[in-house]
Write a protein that binds this ligand. Structure first.
Ligand code: AMP
Ligand code: TRP
Length: 338
């Protein structure tokens, strides 16, 4: 059995709401190969969270299970090792929903109403503002606190949720003693938020209706090139490659991507590309993006071929996660006298 007690624990989750994107990669996944050496890592596929934005239109096919296997293969392609880490599906481990209910008693309506992601989602999903959309961060708290997590690896857009998780844990501990470890957020070494290619003031997202906004890790390389070449910039007559998110959100986003992938800082890139036209800059960027993604894709296709292997990883992951989380759930039940 994996010895989760001896080391610090890192927990992270991604919803299987669609294929993973360059945003997911830069925001969190690129870090995983390194951090799994340092921490006992739990990589959760948050399918219960994904239900919150599911439509009741039965003509829509979600392909949850295929999506989940794609995700596992991509996790492996990004360097996650099933021997070092635990990969599992949230709904396979019942303790998550149970702790979720318990923790809801320690969160206030006002706190959940202030969540930026909730506010954004209710404007996107106007016809399906369900209770779970509102309680989404409480389930996230259960995910994290069940494993006595020390670190949560997420992109910067999830900071507010992790702050709330810490607040919930502190509140619970202040009443019942040191039941939960207070987790810390682990942001990638170069914090970044990748924006949508055609609407660079909003986040690149896997569930965006406009597919030209998003680079999917499994997009054909020619498609990726085209999406980048056609990405929205601005009408600056001098076509300056300058980072300024207010005047030049498009170019700033492309610079962020390049900076992230080349590990060069933005000012060095501004200098390097100062005599380039937008089109030539985009061409260089697309070479670098395609180079990174093609390496991931090669590995992905190798792993994706063997579905039984991927399913075994998830079964093993669920078994281990259940053993570990059950112990913590029982401590919670005990202090609550349940
Ligand atoms: P999601 O795709 O919303 O389930 O997010 C999964 C993880 O990827 C979270 O840690 C997010 O913070 C991160 N992430 C998603 N999209 C982006 C993005 N456009 N830029 C940076 N990080 C992102
Ligand atoms: N809410 C996260 C997101 O949308 C996904 C997630 C679910 C998660 N449970 C988690 C992330 C626990 C970190 C820890 O990106």
């Amino acid at each position: 059995m994996l010895n989760v007690k001896k080391q610090d624990v890192m927990f992270t989750g991604i919803q299987p709401t669609g294929l993973l994107t360059l945003g997911n990669y830069c925001g969190t996944m690129c870090n995983w190969k390194i951090i799994q050496k340092k921490y006992q890592c739990f990589f959760c596929i948050a399918d219960l969270h994904a239900l919150t934005t599911r439509s009741y239109d039965h003509s829509i096919k979600y392909n949850f299970s295929a999506n989940i296997l794609d995700m596992v293969a991509l996790y492996l392609a990004c360097g996650v090792s099933p021997y070092d880490s635990i990969i599992f599906v949230q709904s396979h481990v019942y303790t998550h929903s149970q702790l979720y209910w318990i923790l809801s008693n320690f969160v206030y309506f006002g706190e959940l109403s202030r969540m930026t992601q909730f506010k954004k989602k209710i404007s996107t999903y106007k016809k399906n503002i369900n209770l779970s959309l509102f309680c989404y961060p409480v389930l996230m708290a259960a995910d994290i606190l069940l494993y006595q997590t020390n670190y949560v690896s997420v992109g910067s857009d999830q900071k507010q949720h992790v702050e709330l998780v810490k607040k919930i844990a502190r509140r619970f501990n202040s009443i019942y003693g040191d039941v939960f470890i207070i987790p810390d957020i682990l942001i990638t070494s170069r914090e970044c938020k990748i924006m949508a290619l055609q609407e660079p003031t909003k986040k690149m997202s896997k569930s965006d209706n406009n597919k030209n906004n998003t680079i999917f890790l499994l997009d054909n390389l020619d498609v990726i090139r085209l999406k980048l070449l056609q990405s929205l910039t601005d009408s600056d007559p001098l076509s300056r490659i300058k980072y300024n998110i207010y005047d030049k959100p498009g170019i700033s986003n492309l610079l962020s991507i390049l900076s992230f992938l080349t590990q060069q800082n933005i000012s060095a890139l501004e200098y390097e590309f100062k005599n380039y036209r937008y089109f030539d800059f985009k061409k260089q960027l697309s070479d670098i993006v395609c180079d990174t993604i093609s390496k991931i894709q090669k590995l992905y296709f190798k792993f994706r071929e063997d579905e039984n292997y991927l399913i075994d990883i998830l079964k093993f992951g669920a078994k281990k996660s259940l053993i570990y989380s059950k112990k913590n759930l029982f401590s919670v039940l005990q202090v609550l006298d349940l």
